[in-house]
Every structure is written in C-alpha cells, then in structure tokens.
Write a protein that binds this ligand. Structure first.
Ligand code: HAM
Length: 435
C-alpha cells in the first residue's frame, strides 16, 4: 500500500467506521494467525480457501508443522472470540466490525492478492430477516458513501437449512452417478468431497451438466422460503434493489439461509466486491451455545479499484502548505522553531534543512507542490525579515520575521488548518478504593 493507495484506504476506513458507529457496531481485531483447525472447522476442510489457500504457520522449532494459519478472513476468529470471551452474556445481538489484512495463497492476479484487506461486519445472537436487511443496508450506505453503489448489483439467495442441503447434495450426487467420466479431475474431486463447489467450476463440461441438474431451490423448506420472501420485502421497503440468484451458494461451508454477494454490474460474477450470509450453526459447531449470526466481508482493494474506475478522487490531505528554505547556520537555527510552530498550528510544513543552494531548495518546493515558501537567507536573518513566496502566482514579498506565522495562517485560512486535538470527553475513572 503506497501513499497514493492510502488516500483511498483511509477514506474507505473512514466511511466504514462512520457507518458502523451510526449503527452500533463495535470494533474487534481478531489475531492475524490462529490455530489452523479453527479455519478447517468453520470455513470447511474441503473448501478452496482451506484446501489450497491457507498460509500455514509452523510451531517454534518445527517449521514443517502447520498448527497455525494466517487468517484468510475474520468470521472464524470473531466467532471463536465471542465464545471464549463469554459474550453470550452481553445484550444480544452483539454487533462487531473488523478492518485489516487477510491472507490467501491464491494465484496473484488483478483483484486477487495473497495479502489483501477486508472490512467485515457480524451481527451475533438473533435470527430475523429484518437483521439481514439492516446489515445489507449498512453496506449499501457504505458503497453509496464511496460513490460506487451504481457499479454493483446485489445478488441474493437462500440456501435453506443444513438438512435441506444434505438432501440436495445427495440428489446432486445421484444425478452425477454415471456422469463422473465427463467431469475434469478437479470437479470429480469436488463431487466426492463437496458437490456444492461444482457450481464454482469454470469448466464448460461441468457447467453444461449442471444446467440439467436438480436445483437447490427445489429442496428448500417452507420456513426458509418464508424467511427469504420476508427479507426481500424488507429490502424493498428500504429501497434496495437486488437480483434473485438461485445459483449463488458461496465458497465457504458455514452458511445457511440468506447468502448474498455484490457483483460488478458490468462484468458479472468473476470478482465479487463483497459477500456474506447467515451462519446460524457456526458458533455451536465451534463449541458455543446455539447462537444465530449473520455477516459479510468486503475486499478493500476491489473497492479501491471501483472507486478509481468510477473516477472518484479520494480527498488528499497530504498536501504541503509551506516549504521553508534557508541558507546559513543562523537561518537554519531560526527555521527549526519556525517549522515546529507552523506544524503545531496545523500548517503542513516541510523544511529543507540540508545544505543545498537556495535555487535547488526552490526547485524542491516546486516538486513538493507547496503552496507557499518561506525563504530565510543570511541577509534576511541580519535584517530580521523573511521572504514569503506564493508558488502558484510566482510572486514574493519581504516581511518582518515575526509576521511570517500570522501571514501564513491568514493565507491558508482557519478552516484549512490541520489541528489535531482530542475533543472527546473522557469518562470518569471509578476510584478502585471506593465501594
Ligand atoms: P469471501 O467471499 O471469501 O467471504 O471474501 C469476501 C471478499 O474479500 C471478497 O468478495 C473479495 O472482495 C475479498 N477477497 C477475497 N479473497 C481475496 C483476494 N485473494 N484478494 C483480494 N480480495 C479478496 C468471507 O471472507 C466471509 N468471511 C464473509 C462473511 C462474513 N460471511 C459472513 N460474515
């Protein structure tokens, strides 16, 4: 992430934090690496993420071991933490969000990196279509803030209860009995271990066979259908448009009921910007009490790409307001304090404190795209003055040294000063000696 990328990344994080706070989500940071078995038990041993894309971390003294893995996502770590920290005791649902790097050993290509960033939202402790609708709404707001909402379509489906899926998987296996020979090697493996993954296949032969295969829709129970239609009603109520996609199953095992993804409207499925769904059984599966949950994650590099494609210029707050140039030991000494005071007052100030000639310092000021330059040579020190140059206008004037700061502040304008101050009110610390 280079400085130019951070312009976007910071802006995305800001939008995420803002919308999260408005909706009562609390920030959580699960560890960057966890026991490998956690990911196996949650995401699923036969998913691409676990089977092919986990970065293993060995134990000390045994680098060949693979007891730990870098997190490929946040959901597993957040649910583990919910259980271990006894968060069932908190008022439910508990709402979390996380932002940070994740790792997947994929073949690097556009939009697919081995280290990438996600922001992730989870609502744990309640199952109701209104929760799903509100969660999706928060994400819609974020995409809207980032000016990319109109580039994306919400694809949505309901994959039913785990029991529905078991019956369906059996039906799918039955359908493929005798047809295995027509499947490429990788898809034959998928059929054996995780037939639902066949839908992720890019192979033409597989896709042709799948066209006539039974569909999951036919196996979904009454309750799930009701849940889904209520969710769709709520989405409509919130003015959210969506595309019903019966083929959407998602690449992780922990889902039930609602699943959704945001696709690039112009190119379709290939690189989803984000996705999520309900995971009502994951917490129990990881050893907690039966607790429903729903969540999503979004790839921040993909969001950045969309913002850039859409011509969104993230605000750049790194501009240089003042460049301070000096010549001679006396001038340099005076500049140290000048630079420090300007910075404290909220003026972005860069000082050339090397020994370069004034001419090359001015060239540097140009390259920094500084708005103003304060120039202090030996003569100015003797006279108690300083030269103030407006770089864009190419005009300069000599002013008394002690007028330099007020003059610069006036030119930049109070509203543009970058003053960092903690304005929040601190809570009162309870005295541990009392009560
Ligand atoms: P996921 O669909 O595996 O879901 O990943 C979410 C998003 O992360 C993707 O849509 C994509 O934008 C981004 N992403 C994934 N892999 C890469 C990569 N190699 N390079 C760049 N971006 C990538 C999950 O991770 C679930 N934990 C979502 C969730 C949360 N479900 C419930 N709660």
């Amino acid at each position: 992430m280079l400085p130019a990328d951070h312009q976007y990344l910071t802006y995305i994080k800001k939008a995420v934090r803002h919308r999260a706070r408005q909706a009562g989500y609390k920030r959580i940071d699960p560890p960057i690496f966890e026991e490998r078995s956690l990911f196996e038990r949650s995401i699923g041993s036969h998913t691409d993420i676990v089977e092919k894309e986990l970065f293993s971390v060995g134990r000390k003294g045994d680098p060949e071991s693979s007891d730990y893995a870098l997190r490929p996502e946040f959901t597993a770590g957040i649910c583990r933490s919910y259980i271990e920290q006894g968060m069932q005791e908190l008022p439910q649902p508990v709402e979390f969000y996380a932002i940070g790097p994740c790792f997947r050993y994929d073949r690097p290509q556009k939009g697919r990196y081995r280290q990438f960033h996600q922001f992730d939202f989870e609502v744990i402790g309640l199952s109701d279509p209104s929760i799903d609708a509100q969660l999706i709404h928060v994400l819609i707001k974020i995409f809207d803030d980032l000016k990319i909402l109109d580039r994306l379509t919400l694809q949505i489906n309901n994959i039913g209860a785990p029991a529905d899926r078991i019956t369906y998987v059996q039906a799918l296996k039955d359908y493929f009995t005798g047809k295995e020979r027509n499947l490429p090697e990788q898809d034959r493996e998928r059929l054996k271990h995780n037939p639902l993954r066949l839908f992720d296949s890019k192979e033409e032969d597989t896709q042709i066979l799948l066209k006539l295969a039974p569909t999951l829709e036919q196996f979904i129970g009454e309750d799930s259908n009701k849940y889904h239609s209520t969710l769709l009603e709520y989405l409509q109520e919130l003015g959210i448009s969506f595309t019903k996609n019966p083929g959407l199953v998602r690449g992780l095992d922990y889902y039930n009921q609602t699943v959704f993804e945001f696709w690039d409207s112009s190119t379709g499925a290939q690189n989803a910007v984000g996705g999520g769904g309900r995971l009502d059984f994951l917490i129990e599966q990881l050893g907690g009490k039966s607790t429903p949950a729903v969540g999503f994650a979004v790839g921040m590099e993909r969001v950045m790409w969309h913002m850039q494609e859409a011509g969104v210029v993230a605000p750049n707050k790194d501009q240089v307001d003042v460049f301070v140039a000096q010549l001679g030991p006396e001038a340099k000494k005076k500049c140290l304090n000048l630079v420090s005071q300007l910075r404290d007052l909220g003026v972005h100030t860069v000082g050339a404190l090397g020994e370069a000639s004034l001419k090359s310092q001015m060239r540097l000021a140009d390259r920094f795209q500084a708005r103003y330059t304060l120039l202090l040579g030996q003569l100015e020190v003797k006279e108690g003055t300083v030269i103030l140059r407006d770089m864009a206008a190419g005009k300069q004037k000599q002013i008394p040294f002690d007028k330099a700061i007020p003059e610069v502040l006036k030119l930049i304008g109070k509203a543009n000063l970058d003053v960092y101050s903690i304005t929040d009110k601190f809570g009162e610390f309870a005295d541990p000696g009392e009560g």
